[in-house]
Ligand binder design. Sequence first.
Ligand SMILES: NC(=O)c1ccc[n+]([C@@H]2O[C@H](COP(=O)([O-])OP(=O)(O)OC[C@H]3O[C@@H](n4cnc5c(N)ncnc54)[C@H](OP(=O)(O)O)[C@@H]3O)[C@@H](O)[C@H]2O)c1
Length: 241
Amino acid sequence: MEEHPVPMITVAVTGASGALGQALLRQWHRRGARLIALTHGVTPLVLRQATGEAIPLQQVCWQVGQEAALRPMLEAVDVLVINHGINPHGQRSAAATELALEVNALSAWRLLELFAEVVRERQAPARPRPEVWINTSEAEIQPAISPLYELSKRLIGQLLSLRALDLASTLRLRRLVLGPFRSALNPIGVMSADWVASQVLRQALDWNCSLVIVTPNPLTYVLMPLTTLSRWAYVRLTSRP
Ligand SMILES: NC(=O)c1ccc[n+]([C@@H]2O[C@H](COP(=O)([O-])OP(=O)(O)OC[C@H]3O[C@@H](n4cnc5c(N)ncnc54)[C@H](OP(=O)(O)O)[C@@H]3O)[C@@H](O)[C@H]2O)c1
């Protein structure tokens, strides 16, 4: 199928040095976007095209808990892809709980709110509409043999459902629900990060899906739309703007 190039837009991706972060940046580069790689490490990130040529990108260092420092950088961003994450596997200590909630859920939520604020304050409404993509994971609704990972991914998934009701007028929100792919976080994943990233961009940009699902598990394709729909109805009925 034909890939749609995007108008010249700036895309920032968190967790940029991870397997999916790099794969998403490569895919966005193929679509002609300007790239900002958000990493919490300081090692310079060098991404290459299949030809070996370096992919131009701006690398920005950030830390969980210091999201506000990213405000000036976000001024120039059209699409923010919130992708960073950790998997505490079998841990359940207080420290591991705090870290999982901070990294996987609360920092993602803070970035979402910060970007919405930045967009609201822009002088001229941006065209196309700014977007946030949040990588919640299939662990939102399926077991991942990692209780803290599931808990923190469910939290960010539910926060997204709750806040989407108010933020959707400012931002186009897309939820990425991905199955197991190979990375440092999941060395035995069955899919490759590059393939997953290509499917993510295909569903989001070519098919215009808000709920992007890439997984070999057929149950997720049935359960995830039902879950998001029932959450939307519940939150709408039981809360106010
Ligand atoms: N692998 C899977 O099977 C799978 C399935 C579904 C969803 N996901 C989700 O996909 C996303 C990317 O994961 P991945 O599989 O590509 O794993 P990965 O290769 O380990 O990448 C995760 C990245 O998150 C960033 N990160 C880690 N600890 C952090 C911290 N304390 N503060 C801020 N950033 C931190 C790091 O990037 P920087 O050093 O660049 O900051 C790290 O490289 C995660 O949200 C994960 O939950 C993964």
